[in-house]
Design a protein around this ligand. Structure first.
Ligand SMILES: NC(=O)c1ccc[n+]([C@@H]2O[C@H](COP(=O)([O-])OP(=O)(O)OC[C@H]3O[C@@H](n4cnc5c(N)ncnc54)[C@H](OP(=O)(O)O)[C@@H]3O)[C@@H](O)[C@H]2O)c1
Length: 352
């Protein structure tokens, strides 16, 4: 049988880089036999990946739809980890896989990276209790409903991934991580910035702050656990085992939940312990002030990052055999590690 070919986008990123390193280190013989191609934007990145046995191809960017379709049409599986927000690249990759299916008659698979911000609701917040969602309770119908009220680019893309994959006869699997934490295992970017920005702002102000009235919470998953879920799903696809697809194939990946006020308190405690400040409690600030300090004035990103209250139970992933290893202690240690990294290097510590 011809060697199966996987195409990966986002290999220089936090999520995609960690997925790539996980696949390269996989003990699954079916994954070890794959040919992996990564699309990157710089020749030196391609050179570094070639050394690792990855067929790296330099491309212009995600807007080059024609090229994406053409490259995807030479692959059996595409893992799109570059962006959950970019509609054109997702549909271009699915179109390429559709062409592959027509040409070879073999099944083709598309693994999409999205996120739980898709559950953002335009209605006013309902007290402090998080809303609980399961990926076995028709998350797709709920997202359709939310989208009809207020379009949101990452959700628009997810819904179109479902429609396009159905049209093209492509099996699509959509991962919806909440906040991803921990040190990435890829060769390039190993960080995600949310917590870094919060801690940097606390250090700049000389005190941790939280949003008065609208402070929310978020789920979290360690980046290594998340990458392991891509490996599990890919392994099942390659083994011909059942995996829910399309509108039934929306996978939540949350392994824990944090309240942002508690995170501010934890930041405060680390600062007191390291003798960075003497504050007893985090200080309340209003939402506009928080946006200025934490998200460069972007109020929508601020609200999605810090004001939602959704818990997403990953029942489908667990049924597929996913065994996340990280615990709440890992999350708490990550707050402390991030604090120390920001103290040492400032907020832009990315290794890319
Ligand atoms: N990080 C999280 O906490 C988190 C949580 C939930 C969901 N997600 C989802 O995961 C996606 C990826 O997140 P991440 O943290 O891995 O981001 P990241 O570290 O910034 O990585 C993004 C990757 O995509 C590539 N990329 C971005 N825009 C591109 C463009 N226009 N053309 C070509 N390549 C482009 C980057 O390539 P270059 O190196 O060339 O820039 C990089 O490889 C997000 O969009 C989101 O949908 C992330």
């Amino acid at each position: 049988m011809a060697q199966l070919k996987v195409l990966l986008t986002g290999a220089t990123g936090y999520v995609g880089g960690s997925v790539l390193s996980t696949l390269l280190a996989s003990s699954n013989p079916l994954i070890q036999q794959l040919s992996i191609t990564a699309l990157v934007r710089k020749q030196q990145q391609a050179d570094a990946l070639l050394v690792k046995g990855v067929n790296a191809v330099v491309f212009r960017d995600l807007d080059d739809a024609e090229h994406l379709t053409s490259v995807a049409s030479a692959h059996d599986v595409v893992i799109h980890a570059a962006s959950g927000f970019h509609l054109g690249s997702a549909t271009a990759l699915i179109a390429g896989l559709g062409a592959r299916r027509v040409e070879t008659g073999a099944s083709v698979h598309y693994i999409h990276t999205s996120g739980t911000w898709n559950l953002a609701d335009s209605s006013p917040s309902q007290g402090t209790s998080p809303k609980e969602f399961s990926d076995k309770s028709d998350a797709y119908a709920h997202l359709k409903q939310l989208e009809a009220q207020t379009p949101f680019s990452q959700r628009t893309t997810l819904l179109e991934v479902v429609s396009a994959s159905e049209r093209e006869g492509v099996s699509a699997y959509i991962l919806m991580p909440p906040d991803v934490y921990g040190c990435g295992t890829g060769l390039f970017n190993q960080d995600t910035m949310q917590l870094f920005h919060l801690i940097h702002s606390a250090l700049k102000e000389g005190r941790p702050e939280y949003i008065v009235d609208d402070s929310g919470g978020a789920g979290h998953v360690h980046v290594e656990d998340l990458a392991a879920l891509y490996e599990v799903i890919l392994g099942r696809i390659l083994a011909g085992e059942a995996v829910p697809v399309g509108r039934d194939g929306l996978f939540f990946t949350e392994t824990g939940y944090h309240d942002w006020l508690d995170v501010s308190k934890a930041i405060n405690d680390v600062g007191v312990r390291l003798d960075t400040w003497k504050t007893a409690e985090p200080v309340p600030i209003d939402i506009e002030d928080a946006a200025k300090k934490w998200t460069g004035g972007d109020l929508e990103t601020l609200k999605n990052s810090f004001c939602l209250r959704n818990k997403t139970s990953p029942q489908l992933a667990l049924e597929m055999g996913w065994k996340p290893l990280k615990t709440e202690d890992d999350w708490k240690s990550w707050i402390e590690e991030t604090f120390e990294m920001v103290l040492e290097h400032g907020p832009e510590i990315s290794s890319s």
